[in-house]
Design a protein around this ligand. Structure first.
Ligand code: AMP
Length: 125
């Protein structure tokens, strides 16, 4: 459910379609709370997207309206995926775009997981 000022959830967004199995993805992990799959246009040797199973348009929506169980389940899944992919030794970066200035393209909350090379500065500009 979207909060004030946030757009309503669009059931036709591409990640909703992946969750429903209408579009294929290269799955990395799935549990009750989260689905993870490889980004179709990877920006690093490891570029995985982790999405909650619930209908949340953005981090703002998820953090405000997700249940404690959903938020804990999602965050634990992100950490578990990074660990299971063997990324803790050399490190990784998590990133979530929210809204216009971030360039968020897909209106279903997702966290990017980048790894596999030195990732440079936090922002390119
Ligand atoms: P954002 O700009 O944070 O909304 O990121 C959206 C990401 O979704 C981009 O990195 C895209 O490459 C990725 N993406 C878009 N469509 C797909 C898809 N069908 N499967 C996997 N990743 C996708």
């Amino acid at each position: 459910m979207a909060g004030m000022g946030l757009p309503p959830y669009d059931d036709g967004n591409i990640f909703a379609r992946i969750l429903r199995g209408e579009i294929a993805s290269k799955k990395v992990y799935e549990d009750q709370w989260a689905l993870a799959f490889h980004d179709i246009n990877p920006l690093a040797p490891v570029h995985v997207l982790v999405i909650p199973k619930g209908k949340y348009v953005s981090f703002a929506d998820f953090s405000a309206n997700g249940s404690a169980d959903e938020i804990a389940g999602f965050m634990r899944a992100v950490g578990k995926i990074a660990k299971d992919l063997g990324l803790e030794a050399q490190g990784y970066r998590l990133l979530a775009n929210m809204g216009e200035h971030s360039g968020q393209e897909v209106p279903h909350f997702h966290m990017h997981l980048f790894a596999g090379r030195p990732l440079g500065r936090m922002l390119s500009t």
